[in-house]
Design a protein around this ligand. Structure first.
Ligand SMILES: Nc1ncnc2c1ncn2[C@@H]1O[C@H](COP(=O)(O)OP(=O)(O)O)[C@@H](O)[C@H]1O
Ligand SMILES: O=C(O)[C@@H](O)C(=O)COP(=O)(O)O
Length: 420
């Protein structure tokens, strides 16, 4: 293994897997800490954790265990995959995990860059933009678990990290890899070892990746990985598209994401497919159990993929959270989707499209999948994946990724078809 990756959620991990696979690396996404060693053919191993919103001490413990396993596989560099919208609470996990990983690796300098230009995320003057809006003015300010109220990544990370946060701005980035390397050194010498780096285009990220070739730890969105395969002398994938074999077996779409794009995708898909809305209050009050939805599913027309969703608008989310608490609500819905997925898989489902990072983590854990092979890209940041050794094909979609017809495209790709 050359590159060891730790993903703080499951959709983010497959997003990173997509970038590294397109870059030509042999990638496997492990679902949680593997119990055995990796296949020696794996060049990039991604340990997907569900650590984005757990308590910081727990996130640190899980991330260190993942790092130890990756180092034992021989990897030379660790990549900590966080969300391109820097999803974290003010007292959240990104800073503590960076601090702990740097200490474990003996790293005196580390780069942080969530930019993902292909999905409209850019970092300029240390501020994160989603399209032409500051992060704090984007729909991410309403996220159910990590509402992002500050676009200044340096300041947000400063609340979380025990170390001083530095910055490399666009003029240095546009100076190329050597200028970036010099600017990183300047920040470290000035006592700011955790360095946020600006990036607004893929070319910036390739230069940053090149400048970071000797660093032991990088933290970022999948964009920051664009230049990494080249650092290991690996070129872009040359595979023809017919290597991927999917399944046209029974399918379902599960959506627990309340992000703006997912809500649009849900409303578009529900126009032409059977849809069941899971109302969180009904789960929490015990009125709705997975069996009810499984029975509903069994009554649907074969060959048409039903949608089961809890996705709701911010005011609806806020109301249920006010009544039952944020964490209790999230845990109840996630446990519901996990149980549902497990029962549907037992009844023969072969294709599952999941929307939402936490939801995907719960579903994959519920399915008991050990690892995922990375397949073709469905949309920027979302590959088709296949459960290793099982007839189960999935798409784990980040909340705001994909266009309005994503679910249809995902089902087609999982069936082995081309979308364009
Ligand atoms: N209707 C709802 N009300 C409150 N919380 C919800 C509702 N539907 C889903 N959730 C919770 O919101 C969170 C959404 O997070 P996630 O699945 O990561 O989506 P995203 O990828 O959009 O961030 C999950 O914990 C989910 O259980
Ligand atoms: O970097 C990204 O935006 C994604 O890979 C990701 O992590 C998204 O997380 P969710 O929106 O919570 O799925």
């Amino acid at each position: 293994m050359l590159l060891g990756c730790i993903g703080d959620d499951f959709t983010g991990s497959s997003d990173l897997g997509n970038t590294l696979a397109i870059g030509g690396m042999r990638v496997v996404q492990y679902c949680g800490l593997p119990a055995t060693d990796a296949d020696p053919a794996v060049e990039a191993g991604i340990v997907a954790l569900k650590s984005r919103t757990v308590a910081p001490a727990e996130a640190v413990g899980q991330s260190l265990a993942a790092a130890d396993w990756l180092l034992a596989q021989g990897c030379r560099q660790i990549f900590f995959k966080i969300c391109s919208t820097f999803d974290s609470r003010r007292d959240g996990n990104i800073g503590p995990v960076i601090d702990a990983l740097m200490a474990r690796l003996g790293a005196s300098l580390s780069v942080v860059c969530p930019a993902f230009p292909d999905n409209g995320r850019s970092v300029y003057q240390g501020h994160l933009f989603v399209g032409d809006r500051l992060l704090s003015e984007s729909s991410m300010r309403h996220h159910p678990l990590t509402p992002m109220s500050d676009s200044d990544i340096r300041r947000w990370l400063g609340h979380q990290s025990r170390q001083a946060v530095g910055h490399v701005a666009m003029p240095d980035v546009r100076g190329g890899a050597d200028a970036i390397r010099a600017a990183l050194k300047r920040e470290a010498t000035a006592g700011r070892p955790v360095v946020v780096v600006d990036a607004i285009a893929n070319a910036d990220l390739v230069e940053i990746g090149s400048a970071a070739s000797d660093l032991l730890l990088l933290t970022g969105g999948s964009g920051l990985a664009l230049g990494l395969p080249g650092n290991f002398g690996i070129g872009p994938a040359t595979q023809s598209s017919n290597w991927w074999t999917g399944s046209s077996g029974p399918a379902v779409v599960l959506s627990g994401s309340c992000s703006a794009m997912t809500r649009l995708q849900v409303s578009v898909f529900a126009n032409s497919h059977p849809a069941f809305e899971v109302v969180p209050a009904d789960i929490l009050s015990g009125k709705l159990v997975p069996d009810t939805v499984v029975n509903w599913f069994a009554g649907q027309t074969p060959g048409v993929a039903p949608l089961i969703y809890s996705s709701a608008e911010p005011r609806v989310v806020e109301a249920v959270q006010a009544e039952y608490g944020i964490e209790r609500t999230a845990l109840a819905i996630e446990a519901f989707f996990a149980a549902l997925a497990s029962q549907l898989a037992a009844s023969g489902i072969e294709r599952i499209v999941v929307a939402g990072g936490e939801t995907s983590g719960a579903v994959v854990e519920g399915l008991g999948i050990a690892s995922l092979e990375i397949g073709p890209q469905i949309a920027p940041g979302v590959p088709a994946v296949r459960a290793s050794g099982r007839p189960l094909w999935l798409a784990l979609k980040s909340g705001n990724f994909g266009d309005e017809s994503f679910f249809e495209k995902a089902l087609t790709t999982l069936a082995g078809g081309c979308i364009d």
